[in-house]
Design a protein around this ligand. Structure first.
Ligand code: GRF
Length: 197
């Protein structure tokens, strides 16, 4: 059984989908704790599933490195095999990315390397893209630059606003994330062997 710690910042709808996947007795991973950099709305899903939570508020630390050290300390007791960033809206300090590497993955609402960064869905619409996508990557110390584990195209439809497109992308993100977690847990995907493209 692969033990996951999931980090969120917002509503946690992708987290919710992963929690639901773990209900299936055949699913080879479980979420042992859910953390956030703020009092995230998505903690309600943790409560619904009886999963412990922890918060490491960014604003409580003098700088990013101090916050990162506190985040690592808060995760340590859970002995996670894999850390999943699921709508976690803070860039991990390099030392944290390196400490977790390669056992930390992130979902991203674009077809990387297209549209990296925090506003990927808005950027795709503003660029007039006719298709965007969803990606699951290994976290490295760059901004959405790590090795790509899974990705799929999502069309941008006429009249799509940011919310509509993001909702459709998230449906794909959830499926990709569930599959990647399953593959890691079953050993068909070995993060140690995934190299930077
Ligand atoms: C997802 O699209 C994720 O890739 C992005 O933020 C969104 C999280 O949504 N970084 P939610 O909090 O799971 O609803």
């Amino acid at each position: 059984m692969l033990n996951l710690v999931v980090l969120i910042s917002g509503g946690g709808s992708n987290l919710r989908a992963l929690l639901e996947a773990t209900r299936n007795p055949d699913f080879p991973a479980r979420i042992v704790a859910i953390g956030a950099d703020r009092e995230a709305e998505g903690f309600s899903h943790a409560e619904a599933f009886g999963v412990p939570i922890f918060t490491v508020p960014f604003s409580s630390y003098p700088d990013r490195d101090a916050w990162g050290a506190a985040l690592l300390e808060a995760m340590e007791p859970w002995k996670a095999d894999l850390v999943v960033l699921s709508g976690f809206m803070r860039l991990l300090p390099g030392a944290v990315a390196q400490a977790l590497s390669p056992h930390c993955i992130n979902t991203h609402p674009a077809y990387l390397p297209e549209f990296p960064g925090a506003h990927a869905v808005r950027d795709a619409i503003r660029a007039g893209a006719t298709r965007s996508g969803a990606s699951v990557i290994v976290v490295d110390d760059g901004v959405d630059t790590g090795p790509i584990l899974a990705q799929e195209r999502v069309p941008v439809l006429a009249g799509d606003g940011e919310a509509e497109l993001h909702d459709r992308i998230k449906m794909v993100e959830r499926r990709l994330l569930e599959q990647v977690v399953r593959d890691i847990a079953e050993g068909t995907l070995d993060l140690e062997k995934v190299s930077t493209p």
